[in-house]
Design a protein around this ligand. Structure first.
Ligand code: GDP
Length: 175
């Protein structure tokens, strides 16, 4: 008794170059090969222990902005949670993040799925184009969680994935 285990699919979205792969690589262990081919190779399974309970995540870094339609729909349909990443050094990636949030809301209208907006590359202080206040305000408007990270400094990356797990559990437990 007591070994309650579940597997959640977490999908990363965001423009190329914002740091999705870097964030996942800090976390995910083994590449998971046993997934539908359509999803590509960049899916990782990792087990996180948060608040004394283990949760398995299937983290999917499969978003390709140029592959429209099938692959996109698949990404937008199959996540149990979403991490939308932009770079604080790239305003257009911040705008893309808003568009992705809108697309996601359209696709998964009735569902209350966890979405975390992530401003990555906070170490590049002098190149910053998007302030922390703007990021936070955007998350309020779009009704999602918000965190700033630096994959390069490994800052807030553990907190990001723990946050995803907590959000998933809140919904599981119906609170
Ligand atoms: P993806 O296309 O979204 O998966 O982005 P990548 O993870 O491939 O990262 C794109 C580039 O940004 C790479 O050269 C990374 O080393 C760099 N990068 C990613 N995260 C950070 C970060 O937090 N800080 C800095 N300075 N560079 C980063």
């Amino acid at each position: 008794a007591g070994s309650w285990e579940s597997l959640y699919r977490v999908v990363l979205l965001g423009d190329p170059g914002v740091g999705k792969t870097s964030l996942v690589n800090l976390f995910a262990g083994v590449p998971e090969r046993d997934v539908p081919e359509l999803l590509g190779e960049d899916t990782y399974e990792c087990t996180l222990s948060v608040d004394d309970e283990e949760t398995k995540l299937l983290v999917m870094d499969t978003w390709e902005p140029d592959e429209k339609n099938r692959s996109h729909n698949c990404c937008l349909q199959m996540g149990n949670a979403y991490i939308i990443v932009y770079s604080v050094t790239d305003r257009s990636s911040f705008e893309s993040a808003s568009e992705l949030r809108i697309q996601l809301r359209r696709t998964r209208q009735a569902e209350n799925i966890p979405i975390i907006l992530v401003g990555n590359k906070t170490d590049l202080v002098r190149c910053r184009e998007v302030s922390v206040e703007e990021g936070r305000a955007c998350a309020v408007v779009f009704d999602c969680k918000f965190i700033e990270t630096s994959a390069a400094l490994q800052h807030n990356v553990a907190e990001l994935f723990e946050g995803v797990v907590r959000q998933l559990r809140l919904r599981r437990d119906g609170s």
